[in-house]
Write a protein that binds this ligand. Structure first.
Ligand SMILES: *[C@@H]1O[C@H](CO)[C@@H](O)[C@H](O)[C@H]1NC(C)=O
Ligand SMILES: *[C@@H]1O[C@H](CO)[C@@H](O)[C@H](O)[C@H]1NC(C)=O
Ligand SMILES: *[C@@H]1O[C@H](CO)[C@@H](O)[C@H](O)[C@H]1NC(C)=O
Ligand SMILES: *[C@@H]1O[C@H](CO)[C@@H](O)[C@H](O)[C@H]1NC(C)=O
Ligand SMILES: *[C@@H]1O[C@H](CO)[C@@H](O)[C@H](O)[C@H]1NC(C)=O
Ligand SMILES: *[C@@H]1O[C@H](CO)[C@@H](O)[C@H](O)[C@H]1NC(C)=O
Ligand SMILES: *[C@@H]1O[C@H](CO)[C@@H](O)[C@H](O)[C@H]1NC(C)=O
Ligand SMILES: *[C@@H]1O[C@H](CO)[C@@H](O)[C@H](O)[C@H]1NC(C)=O
Ligand SMILES: *[C@@H]1O[C@H](CO)[C@@H](O)[C@H](O)[C@H]1NC(C)=O
Ligand SMILES: *[C@@H]1O[C@H](CO)[C@@H](O)[C@H](O)[C@H]1NC(C)=O
Ligand SMILES: *[C@@H]1O[C@H](CO)[C@@H](O)[C@H](O)[C@H]1NC(C)=O
Length: 606
């Protein structure tokens, strides 16, 4: 073996040559604290049984985890890599520690949960500990809540691996103490621009659960289509793409309970008053302004929408409030989740030139501005929603900082920030708003695929657009507004609390990667979501820095996310490849720099 080991050195860096190193890269997100001993692996019995007092969410979760462990018999990518390099299967060495642990094996999972009843809501304790070893036949898990125990299972299922011989093993002793840095770790799907089917949504939830993300933000409808069946207004689904492209109440309840069983909350969003046309128009055309208009990109001063098709709820039509109240009230009842997202983004003033009521409003008092009009929405809609259901409201930051925007927005509304990166994070937290960070320059998963509107003469150019011109922001003529594509490293490296005071930091609830769906449906949703969402998962769970040195650990994360991508695929989630497989098999061979500390804590280089 010796000489083979010696050749298995890449660029002067030792490759992973034993199981401890191999499994070290495994759990993603990296636990807050994980310590391995060197006693060698212990074998895992043919039936690792659960001992827990907390009911079926825990028992069901364990049977799923155990089913995955025992059927996948996962070979971590780093171990597979050493096989590929003709090394012996690395378990050979550790298993020769026969004197220590040869015949013992793990037989049960002992779960101690302090509070079986804590509901899955924002801020619920998700911490856990996991310990294996000390001549004990049990995996010991403790947690404050059921939801922490579920995270322990997803960790355990990533560290119990094949023993190369048809059986299973786990390195021991191992001791893990873990908790998330942020209580909100989300991804957003959009079923309004294109429909996404239930199986594909469940696939996203599976990925979220495996990466310990806990929120699926569901942007249910948009101007283009209304796929949500409503009992109060059955005609709304006339605005669906087809009768099949709809979600019934049962579908919604099913998704909510599927997600809950996996520790994932679903936060619904009905975007209002902007981004509203299909569905609403079927209830009453008078509540939608500019629905039939040309969106007027040609003459931008006259535009009624940022993208086709136009439509905004009429803020000055009383019927609007009756309809939004009924829609909100009905949907609020389907989600046990305490947060409801009511949109509020990208209002275009030009749309309201098609509203007689709005035109009269300005005619009656020449000092009124569009900000005053947006304030009318806030002042009427917020109490309307509050009277319909007891929910914490969440909105896009636009309501407070776009053109136009309201003057005052209640401080108990959570704002989702997507513009101007750190600048808006600074501003909103300084003003005392709780925020969720989804800065489009870092976290938007739909960026970089080019523009999608048709009849676009900007492509009719016989030279490649010059990406070096800063004002193009890599867009080039006909590029996408938020280009370039956000790579997993771009996502992972985002220090979204940079320069915030301790007080401001308390207002950051967490992060979210949105995947807008103008160019997304079942065929590509998973490849665009995964594994990049997992980079954010670790960023929000345990951070992007080595806890000891404070240096960015992106280079260490590389093997972890490459391995996790393989794991996602093995679990039925169609995650995209990030690199040639060669890079997975030759750790660090594909680094840009040989210097492993080239990433400083905060670097603007390159
Ligand atoms: C595993 O053990 C549990 C609990 O003892 C038992 O219900 C189950 O049937 C066993 N499964 C197998 C495959 O032996
Ligand atoms: C372990 O089990 C094997 C097979 O049952 C047996 O041959 C061996 O002697 C045992 N070793 C120890 C250390 O008990
Ligand atoms: C697990 O719990 C059992 C029973 O309390 C104990 O004997 C054993 O030492 C524990 N194992 C570890 C690794 O802490
Ligand atoms: C809307 O009306 C105002 C004043 O009536 C006018 O100045 C503006 O150009 C109009 N905008 C659109 C998009 O029609
Ligand atoms: C709209 O409702 C308000 C009270 O909320 C009322 O004062 C106003 O007259 C109503 N407008 C119309 C056109 O009915
Ligand atoms: C006209 O609008 C301005 C701006 O909202 C407001 O301050 C003023 O009170 C209004 N005047 C009347 C008579 O409503
Ligand atoms: C509203 O919900 C919150 C939790 O989201 C709860 O603490 C409060 O008691 C509820 N209020 C009412 C009136 O039900
Ligand atoms: C936030 O931004 C607004 C608009 O630019 C500005 O008026 C305000 O002073 C800023 N507030 C803080 C606290 O930075
Ligand atoms: C692209 O823009 C950069 C920066 O302005 C400039 O230096 C370069 O010459 C341009 N390249 C071409 C091919 O025009
Ligand atoms: C953060 O603060 C440091 C020190 O004041 C400053 O040099 C740096 O420019 C700030 N960074 C950003 C992105 O605001
Ligand atoms: C590696 O990069 C770090 C950070 O830029 C630097 O401090 C260090 O000197 C570099 N080491 C070598 C050997 O170049």
């Amino acid at each position: 073996m010796g000489h083979l080991r010696a050749t298995a050195v890449v660029l002067g860096l030792s490759v992973l040559t034993n199981v401890v190193d191999a499994v070290k890269v495994n759990p993603l997100p990296a636990p807050q604290s994980i310590t391995w001993g060197s006693s060698g692996p212990i074998s895992v019995g043919a039936n690792l049984t659960l001992n827990s007092q907390c009911g079926e969410i825990v028992t069901d979760a364990w049977s799923r985890s155990w089913n995955t462990i025992s059927t996948l018999k996962w070979v971590p990518a780093a171990v597979e890599a050493s096989i590929a390099k003709f090394e012996a299967f690395p378990t050979e060495t550790p298993l020769s520690y026969k004197s220590k642990r040869a015949n013992s094996s793990l037989t049960q999972v002992e779960v101690n949960i302090a509070n079986c009843d804590a509901d899955l809501q924002q801020g619920v304790d998700e911490s856990y500990t996991l310990a294996i070893g000390q001549s004990s036949p049990s995996v010991n898990i403790t947690s404050k809540t059921v939801w922490g125990a579920l995270h322990a299972f997803t960790t355990l299922q990533q560290i119990i691996i094949s023993n190369g011989n048809g059986g299973l093993m786990v390195e021991q002793p191992v001791s893990i103490t873990d908790h998330p840095n942020y209580p909100y770790r989300g991804a957003m799907i959009d079923t309004g621009r294109n429909f996404i089917s239930l199986p594909k949504i469940r696939e996203q939830i599976d990925g979220l659960a495996l990466s310990k993300m806990n929120v699926l933000h569901w942007h249910m409808a948009d101007a283009q289509s209304w796929p949500v069946q409503m009992q109060v207004y059955p005609k709304m689904t006339e605005g669906a793409y087809s009768p099949q492209d709809t979600f019934s109440h049962n579908d919604i309840r099913g998704l909510v309970s599927y997600a809950r069983a996996r520790g994932v909350r679903i936060i619904p969003e009905i975007d209002m008053p902007g981004h509203a046309s299909q569905g609403w128009s079927s209830v009453d055309p008078s509540i939608v302004a500019c629905a039939g208009s040309w969106w007027s990109n040609d003459d931008y001063a006259l535009h009624t929408a940022l993208e086709p098709n136009p439509g905004q709820l009429d803020i000055l039509n009383n019927k609007t409030y009756e309809v939004v109240k009924n829609v909100f009230g009905e949907l609020a009842g389907l989600f046990g989740e305490s947060i409801f997202h009511i949109g509020g983004d990208e209002l275009q003033t030009g749309c309201y030139n098609f509203s007689t009521a709005v035109q009269q409003y300005f005619a009656h008092n020449k000092s009124r501005t569009y900000n005053d009009l947006v304030q009318v929405w806030v002042d009427k809609a917020i109490p309307t929603f509050r009277s319909a259901a007891n929910k914490t409201l969440m909105m896009w930051e636009d309501i407070l900082n776009a053109t136009p925007h309201a003057h005052t927005v209640p401080k108990n509304i959570i704002l989702q920030t997507w513009n101007n990166g750190l600048e808006n994070i600074q501003n909103l937290t300084a003003r005392g708003y709780d925020i969720v960070v989804s800065s489009s320059d870092f976290f938007y998963l739909d960026c970089g695929y080019g523009g999608w509107v048709s009849n676009d003469p900007r492509y009719n150019e016989m030279v490649n657009p010059n990406a070096s011109v800063p004002t193009f922001n890599y867009l080039g003529n006909g590029g996408s507004w938020c280009a370039p594509y956000k790579t997993w490293q771009r996502i992972y490296d985002y220090d979204f609390t940079l320069n915030l005071t301790a007080q401001q930091k308390t207002h950051v609830l967490g992060t979210e990667v949105p995947l807008w769906s103008e160019q997304v449906d079942d065929t590509v949703v998973s490849t665009k979501m995964w594994p990049r969402a997992a980079a954010m998962a670790e960023l929000a769970w345990s951070g992007n820095k080595d806890p000891k040195t404070g240096i960015k650990r992106t280079t260490e994360m590389t093997q972890r996310i490459l391995n996790f991508r393989e794991y996602l695929v093995a679990n039925g989630i169609q995650a995209a490849p990030l690199m040639p497989k060669y890079c997975l098999q030759h750790p660090h061979a594909c680094d840009l720099y040989y210097n492993q500390t080239a990433l400083s804590e905060y670097s603007t280089a390159q």
